[in-house]
Design a protein around this ligand. Structure first.
Ligand SMILES: Nc1nc2c(ncn2[C@@H]2O[C@H](COP(=O)(O)OP(=O)(O)O)[C@@H](O)[C@H]2O)c(=O)[nH]1
Ligand SMILES: [Mg+2]
Length: 473
């Protein structure tokens, strides 16, 4: 990819709006400003200060008056103090497709290239304005729809993940230097005292790595959202609960068993966490020859079972007024399929205390945890259900505010680093360890850590990351 030419693109969304911001970045930026924008000397002499100026669709021709395209605010950012680290000019045209198209065409006639998706951020990365994990956070922040998504992205953009990774790397580099000193004298055995010291210095690094890796299970959910399914036999009250949690009549509810044939997914926010909530078809096993209707029903049931297997958590609804035997069998199956399961007794507005008590004791063998009682009709117990669901998804990581691993790429690299450190410790604890081999493992760990913050020139990785950005970012 050419990083030497001058690029431009609208950095605001397409369509009519109050303003449409056009960003120009690269070595020709100053020259272009002089050609296409009035009061250019004032603009270029005052970086980071917005100036109201006429904008033109063609360069000046001596002796001829030019008609301006627009009058707008123009801001110059002198390299390296700009988003990309290059000379940048941002032109805040009035929003609207004609003005944007005309000005972009004028720029292209002056030799400017239309920026590719993510190219401004890629230049920012290549010019050292931010590291790779921060560039990824820019894309995440733009894509975020909930508080949790925005928060984990912002923390990463602030460089806190980068700092944490750098903190893991620093003592490893020191240790590597020490070990390499031994490599110069291969005939000498490593002193036992040194071995002990090296092992001791690796232990806390390993513990930190394990902690960050553990944070990925919730960090991933913060970034990507959680998939949660409502599961139970027909008529257990699943669709009613979906509607109740959504606060709208989304799914059809009737007293007829088998009303819900297909899964219906809707998003809700749980303390800022994005949850994709699925109402599923009631699960029934039908032995023997199936009628046409039953065949259709079983396709829905297959989908429900898929949700059981693949969801991050399951809310199992149990209707104590219906046959308990098939519900018990299904609960056992659900527990096998999904590690995170909440059992809730539905329609509690119709049950008296004694009935609830008896049902709870019947369920104790299958579900020793606290069974929830809910009523979608009376909107009772649902606040507690939401809290339980959040705690279950969050696990030990109750606060969305600390440094968490939330990106699969980072998780893989850190896992590699941890494996290498484990291998190094294994060598050091074995008989007659060779300094070269230990050093090799530590170098492997450092390379993997560097991949996270992007001390990489691997073009494939870079292209993969930046191609996911939108144009203008
Ligand atoms: N009294 C009462 N009835 C409910 C409640 N939830 C669902 N129902 C009724 O139970 C029947 C089945 O509900 P539905 O949500 O369609 O169950 P699904 O088949 O599991 O989706 C309908 O007649 C609902 O009105 C509740 O909390 N209280
Ligand atoms: Mg239903």
């Amino acid at each position: 990819m050419d990083t030497q030419d001058t690029i431009a693109a609208p950095i605001t969304a397409a369509g009519p709006s109050a303003v449409a911001l056009i960003r120009i970045s690269g070595p020709e930026t100053r020259k272009l400003t002089e050609q296409l924008i009035g009061r250019s000397q004032q603009i270029l002499a005052n970086p980071r200060l917005s100036t109201y100026a006429p904008v033109y669709a063609e360069p000046p021709i001596s002796g001829q008056a030019r008609e301006p395209l627009d009058h707008t605010l123009v801001t110059y950012f002198a390299a390296p103090k700009s988003f990309t680290g290059e000379d940048v000019v941002e032109v805040a045209l009035h929003g609207g497709s004609y003005l944007q198209t005309a000005f972009m065409k004028a720029l292209q006639e002056q030799g400017v290239r239309l920026a590719r998706a993510g190219e401004f951020s890629q230049r920012a990365y290549l010019n050292g304005q931010m590291d790779l994990s921060q560039a990824e956070a820019v894309a995440d922040l733009i894509a975020s729809e909930t508080a949790a998504q925005a928060r984990v992205a912002r923390i990463q953009l602030e460089g806190r993940l980068s700092d944490a990774i750098a903190k893991l790397g620093a003592p490893l580099r020191e240790l590597l230097a020490e070990i390499e000193a031994y490599i110069d004298f291969p005939e000498e055995d490593i002193e036992p005292l040194a071995l002990e010291k090296w092992c001791a210095s690796l232990a806390p690094i390993l513990a930190d790595m394990a902690r960050y890796l553990a944070s990925y299970s919730f960090g991933r959910l913060c970034r990507e959202g959680a998939e949660v399914a409502l599961v139970g036999i027909p008529n257990a009250g699943k669709s009613s609960l979906l509607n109740c949690l959504l606060g709208e009549e989304r799914a059809i509810v009737t007293e007829v068993a088998g009303t819900t044939r297909d899964s219906i997914g809707e998003k809700i926010s749980l303390q800022g966490l994005s949850v994709h909530l699925w109402d599923t078809a009631g699960i029934v096993n039908r032995p023997g020859e199936l009628s046409e209707q039953e065949r259709i029903e079983q396709i829905g049931v297959e989908r429900s079972r898929k949700h059981l297997r693949e969801s991050d958590a399951v809310i199992f609804l149990l209707d104590v007024e219906q046959d308990m035997e098939p519900q018990g069998a299904l609960l056992a199956e659900a527990r096998e399929s999904c590690a995170k399961l909440i059992l809730a007794m539905s329609k509690c507005d119709t049950l008296d205390e004694d009935r609830i008590k008896v049902a709870k004791s019947e369920l104790a063998a299958l579900y020793p945890e606290e069974v929830l009682c809910i009523s979608s009709k009376a909107d009772a117990g649902t606040a507690e259900l939401r809290d339980r669901l959040f705690s279950l998804l969050a696990g030990d990581e109750q606060a969305i505010g600390s440094v968490m691993l939330c990106n699969q790429r980072h998780y893989h690299s850190l896992s590699e680093a941890k494996e290498a450190i484990l291998a190094a410790i294994g060598l050091l604890e074995g008989s007659a360890p060779q300094a070269e081999l230990v050093a090799f493992e530590i170098r492997t760990a450092l390379t993997a850590l560097n991949e996270i913050i992007g001390v990489t020139d691997n073009e494939d990785i870079l292209d993969l990351i930046f191609s996911k950005f939108c144009i203008g970012k």
